[in-house]
Each structure stands twice: as C-alpha cells, then as structure tokens.
Write a protein that binds this ligand. Structure first.
Ligand code: NAP
Length: 250
C-alpha cells in the first residue's frame, strides 16, 4: 500500500515499534497521517518500522518514551508539539502482558508494572492528547483509539487475570472520555483484538485457546490495522464510545 494524503496532521501511535502498533503505524501513514512512532526501548525495531513507512512515501518520527513515566510522556508530547503537524489522532496501544499463571501467584512488582504501563500509561497519554484536540482549548478535534482486549469480559482465568483487569480499565477510559469529549469534537473508541501472534502472545497455549475461537484461526496484525484505519477515518464519523472486536467471533 502506498502513501495517500498530505500528512498535515499527526497521529501518535504508542508502542509502534513491534506487533500490532507497528502494523497500525504503517497503515495510518499510508492513510495520510504523519506518524509519531513511540517506543519504550527497542530503537532498532522502531527505526525499521520508520524506514518502511518512509519507503512507502509516508512521514514518521520515532520518539522514545516510557508511557508509564509522566515526565517521559510530557517530553513525548513536547517533541510532537515542536516538530510535527497538529496532533489530531492517538492510538493508545503500548502495553504488556502480566506473567502467565494464576492471579494468586503474581508478585507485587509484576502487578504494579502491568497497571502502571497498561492503565496509568494509557491515561497519561490520553490526557495529553485530549488536551491538544479539544476545541475549547484551541484544538481541531480528533480521534482516540484505545487498545482493549476481549480479556476484559473473558477474565483469562489461570492465565492473565491481572492483564484482563487492566483492559477493564481501558473499557472504562473509552466510555468516560467518549462522553466527556463528545462536544469537543473528539471521538474515542476501543479496538479489541483477539488472538494475534505477536511477541505478547509468546508462551500462551495457542492450540488450547484456538478451540474457543469460532473462526478457528489466529488474527493477523494487518486485520487489526484495517479496523484501526476505519475507526480513525471519517467513515467512522458517528462512532464514539464503541468497542470494535477483531476476534474471529471470540
Ligand atoms: P508487543 O508485540 O509486545 O509490542 C508491545 C509494544 O509496546 C512495543 O512497541 C513496546 O516497545 C511497547 N511498549 C511496551 N511497554 C512500553 C512502555 N512502558 N512505554 C512505551 N511503549 C511500551 O504487543 P502487541 O501484541 O502488539 O500488543 C499491542 C496492544 O494490543 C497492547 O495494548 C495489547 O494489550 C493489545 N492486545 C494484544 C493482543 C494480542 O493477541 N497480541 C490481543 C488483545 C490486545 P519496545 O519495542 O520498545 O519494547
């Protein structure tokens, strides 16, 4: 897919260096967005995604920031403000899994870490983005897509309950923000991928989990990116506060 647009508005994709975020970043660049491609640590992976975007004629800037660190998040947005076209989009994608196993076995540090990245991080980033999009603050409106998961309604017992809990928080963040920001010209939705083979899915018993997928197969990152592209576009102009499942029926 080649670049199609003027790239005069920016979308921030957090966690864009790998997996679902990388696919979404590439797709949105082709849709005409200037992409602020955030990553936490893997600069080489982020650079490789950026190279692919530039080869397709798109515009991108890689920016390192730990989304769970408020100072890093301020720095991330300061760089976008200084160096990029106006921010009108956010894909709140950065996230980690909790350690696989029973909830009763998770230790303090792992519990704090998954909450700080998946919940506090998503809130810090959404707040900064919304402040820039709100019409009452001089913004042009915008679109926020939060990466949720069917885990929030499945609970993922014996496996990822702590992670599922953080995705319950994401569902609430979407509902609250969609209602708070509707009159500000900002749409907010949850995109909930099912079983997608990324680094995050490593160690899970995919064979067993597939038995619970009506379509009987894993999803592809490109299928998630396609849904993100639609939610970010004017075609979804009256869609806000919604959850779009990309789960093969799960
Ligand atoms: P992934 O392949 O493990 O990639 C995670 C991305 O998040 C990487 O780009 C990583 O950056 C970044 N990241 C991690 N911690 C960060 C932090 N503190 N600050 C900034 N960036 C950080 O994960 P994925 O499977 O693509 O998942 C992406 C999103 O989709 C997550 O929110 C996840 O919960 C959700 N999701 C995934 C699935 C699935 O089956 N894969 C299903 C449902 C929902 P580095 O490369 O620098 O480490």
């Amino acid at each position: 897919m080649t670049f199609d647009g003027s790239a005069e508005r920016t979308v921030l994709v957090t966690g864009g260096s790998r997996g679902i975020g990388a696919a979404i970043a590439e797709r949105l660049a082709c849709d005409g967005w200037s992409v602020a491609l955030n990553y936490a640590a893997r600069a080489a992976a982020a650079d490789a995604v950026a190279d692919r975007i530039r080869e397709a004629g798109g515009r991108v800037r890689t920016i390192r920031a730990d989304v769970s660190d408020a100072a890093d998040v301020r720095g991330l947005f300061a760089e976008i403000d200084r160096e990029m076209p106006r921010l009108e989009g956010l894909v709140n994608n950065a996230g980690i899994a909790s350690p696989l196993g029973n909830f009763t076995d998770i230790d303090d540090a792992a519990m704090a870490r998954v909450v700080s990245i998946n919940v506090t991080g998503a809130m810090l980033v959404a707040r900064e983005a919304a402040r820039r999009m709100m019409r009452s603050r001089g913004g042009a409106g915008g679109v926020i897509v939060n990466l949720g998961s069917p885990a929030f309604r499945l609970g993922n017992p014996g496996e990822l309950v702590a992670y599922a809990t953080t995705k319950g928080a994401i569902a609430s963040l979407t509902i609250g923000l969609a209602r708070e920001l509707g009159a500000e010209g900002v749409r907010v939705n949850t995109l909930a991928p099912g079983l997608i083979p990324t680094d995050m899915a490593e160690g899970r018993d995919i064979g067993k989990l597939l038995a619970g997928v009506p379509m009987g197969r894993l999803g592809a990152v490109e299928e998630v990116a396609e849904a993100a592209s639609w939610l970010m576009s004017e075609k979804a102009g009256y869609v806000s506060g919604a959850t779009l499942d990309v789960t093969g029926g799960r």
